[in-house]
Ligand binder design. Structure first.
Ligand code: GDP
Ligand code: MG
Length: 164
């Protein structure tokens, strides 16, 4: 069985774009509408010499109990993917600062007790780098990437392999 790594986080943070980057495919549906990816997708991907089963999830909503029935189901499906994973990669949106919802999700995932890697996506350039100190306050290693501009992708592969 391949080690399983799930990409989780709030809708629209770039999980599917990152999935496509890591798998070098257009398999995952990317859309600007929050929450467009409802179902979990999987692909085998090479990370620093290790082949992992990568899951693209529909996403988590802070609290998990708000929203419509589909949003709640997506949240539950994503938590199930986390439970089935050897490593959860929490993708945060680096185009804005750390939010209360982000902190809630970090707490929620830490309480699950599964290995967790924090990734800040959309760090396209210096403007977004200015937000990084806020994310460093989460008290864990935080890896800045830009899925759209292919920044930090090699480093992310290495960190995933190291975390397994
Ligand atoms: P998901 O809901 O988390 O799967 O997010 P998507 O992958 O569907 O992306 C949501 C939006 O963010 C899309 O418009 C993407 O083009 C955009 N996006 C994803 N990654 C980046 C990035 O690194 N930089 C910027 N600026 N936009 C990104
Ligand atoms: Mg998606």
């Amino acid at each position: 069985r391949l080690p399983t790594v799930s990409l989780v986080g709030r809708p629209n943070v770039g999980k599917s774009t990152l999935f496509n980057r890591l798998t070098r495919s257009r398999r995952a549906l990317v859309d600007a509408t929050p929450g467009v990816t409802r179902d979990t997708r999987a692909a085998a991907v090479a990370c620093g010499g290790v082949t992992v089963r990568l899951l693209d999830t529909g996403g988590l909503t802070a609290g998990g109990d708000g929203g419509d029935v589909i949003t709640r189901r997506t949240h539950e499906q994503t938590l199930a993917a986390v439970e089935a994973s050897d490593l959860a990669v929490l993708v945060l949106d680096g185009s804005r600062g750390l939010s209360a919802a982000d902190r809630e999700l970090v707490d929620l995932l830490r309480r699950r007790g599964r290995p967790l890697l924090l990734v800040v996506n959309k760090v396209d350039g210096p403007r977004q780098e200015a937000f990084l100190p806020e994310f460093y306050e989460l008290g864990a290693e935080v890896l800045p990437v830009s899925a759209a501009h292919r920044r930090g992708i090699g480093r992310l592969r290495d960190r995933i392999a190291k975390a397994l």
